[in-house]
Design a binder for this molecule. Structure first.
Ligand SMILES: [Zn+2]
Length: 432
């Protein structure tokens, strides 16, 4: 996290107080810094990542036109370990254009968003115009240009999803529901609390299924938390399918697994010794989060409530959401094969062909079956191999970074998935 400040016309460094405001204010809340921005507007520019989930490094290299140079947070060695960025720019004149030069770097970064996300209040977000690749002084960049309508503005790789959003918009709602517990799954190595929701209506009725849903083994995949958030929010609603599913199945929802990387604004993927979606077959494992999840799944197995597991990832491609799954021959038996096929049928999931990849949606969920997916030590593989002979174990790539990947888009994806899970279990399609 960095805080950089530049005198607008003379490039003289000045001290600022925005760092402290950012540090002690929940990242999603609007805070009143009118006096500060009024006095700064037009005479200084400041960039900062000193707030929850702020990440990457950003430098003001020119003030007229305002030009920033940006590097995503590098977790290990470029590629998919160097993706996440989220920063604040202050001191703009409304109506002025900012040029953001995203360094492609060497080794090159992966996962460049065609459009950046921007906000003036960390609540309502929009997408910039599509950026363009450019060579500047012999170096490769991806350049966004955006005319701002406020003196302070935040830009991010994708819609940020922070622990504060989870607490305020989801857990506070859940705490009013008698059949839902908010509980601490574990503490991280840095003593942060990993929280989860448990829908236990089936324990009180005649339900017999158990479902485990989790997101954000990879911290930069914020869209995966948003889809799971909206799915949980739908489960909390009075939608008849959501209510019917809650009678049939206990459901555990972990919206943020690697909370340390999320809070610290890191990419998370490919961190050492392995990231949160690797090393699931290690015993003892490295991450308390993974150890606790494995223990919880084993408890579900004992109660014969280990029926479905979905690990939400992203960014997917610029087409449709899709499950990455092992080919059916690699599942442990006939019931796993039949259950997965039936669930895909109920969901109307289609194989992600080259032809289908040319089209785009948030609601046509697809699947991509691969011979390499089992025994890779990832979450879904471990669950398939170590739970029940009827488990439906899946990795979902929610599709981030498309023009449709907005709050409404993530919600529509969540509801299509939630309704299919309800139709599958409540419709009696799942074989034990
Ligand atoms: Zn991932």
């Amino acid at each position: 996290m960095t805080n950089k400040h530049l005198n607008r016309r003379e490039f003289v460094k000045r001290s600022g107080h925005l760092t402290t405001v950012g540090l002690f204010t929940p990242s999603f809340m609007n805070f009143n810094i009118n006096n500060l921005s009024q006095s700064k507007r037009g005479d200084s520019l400041q960039t900062s990542t000193e707030f929850v989930s702020g990440g990457g490094s950003v430098t003001v290299i020119e003030s007229d036109p305002v030009t920033l140079r940006l590097k995503p947070h590098n977790q290990s060695d470029g590629g998919w370990s160097q993706v996440w960025w989220y920063f604040k720019l202050d001191g703009m004149i409304p109506g002025e254009e900012v040029v953001i030069q995203l360094e492609k770097g060497n080794p090159p970064i992966s996962g460049i968003s065609p459009k950046a996300n921007f906000t003036y209040d960390q609540v309502n977000w929009g997408l910039t115009n599509t950026g363009k690749p450019e060579i500047i002084d012999g170096q490769e960049f991806f350049v966004y240009k955006h005319v701002v309508k406020n003196s302070e503005v935040w830009f991010a790789y994708d819609l940020p999803y922070t622990p504060e959003i989870m607490d305020t918009l989801l857990f506070s709602k859940a705490s009013g529901d008698k059949e839902v517990d908010v509980f601490e799954l574990c503490k991280t190595t840095k003593s942060r609390s990993v929280k989860a929701l448990h829908f236990d209506g089936a324990d009180k009725g005649s339900g017999k299924y158990g479902i485990w849903l989790q997101a954000r083994c990879h911290a930069f995949e914020s869209g995966s938390s948003w889809v799971l958030h909206h799915l949980a929010d739908w489960l909390l609603s009075n939608d008849s399918k959501a209510m019917a599913l809650r009678k049939e199945a206990t459901i555990t929802v972990v919206p943020i697994v690697d909370i340390d990387s999320v809070v610290e604004g890191r990419t998370g993927k490919m961190q050492q010794p392995y990231d949160h979606n690797r090393g699931w077959d290690e015993n003892p494992g490295h991450w308390p989060e993974v150890t606790s999840i494995k223990k919880s799944i084993k408890k579900l197995v004992k109660k014969d409530r280990a029926d479905m597991f979905i690990d939400f990832h992203g960014p997917g491609g610029e087409s449709h959401p899709y499950f990455i799954v092992p080919v059916s021959e690699h599942l442990t038996g006939e019931k796993q094969r039949q259950n997965r096929a039936k669930f895909f049928e109920v969901l109307n999931a289609k194989p992600l062909t080259d032809e289908l990849s040319k089209t785009q949606s948030m609601t046509q969920i697809c699947y991509s079956a691969r011979t390499t997916e089992v025994n890779k030590g990832n979450s879904a593989s471990w669950v398939i191999m170590n739970s029940t002979d009827h488990m439906v174990g899946l990795t979902l790539e929610v599709n981030m970074n498309t023009p449709l990947s907005t709050m409404e888009g993530y919600r529509s994806e969540a509801i299509v998935l939630g309704q299919a899970i309800a139709d599958y279990f409540v419709g009696g399609h799942h074989q034990k």
